[in-house]
Design a protein. Sequence first.
Length: 73
Amino acid sequence: MKATVAERVRVTIPKELRDKLGIQAGTVLSFSAEKGKLIVKKLSADDPVTRACGYLGRGLSSDRLIAELRGKP
């Protein structure tokens, strides 16, 4: 499958792949480069790093965040 980089340097993921991989609005993807290739991975909603995004800076201390991630009250 092919996709063209648009004027604002954006790429549309082909519908067939979005459907097959369950990618929809709000899905978090990680990007990396390996041996000249662009690697895109869908992050799991249960990924602790993904769940933690946005916590800091909203009145939640890092100690409390760590306790919550570990399942401690």
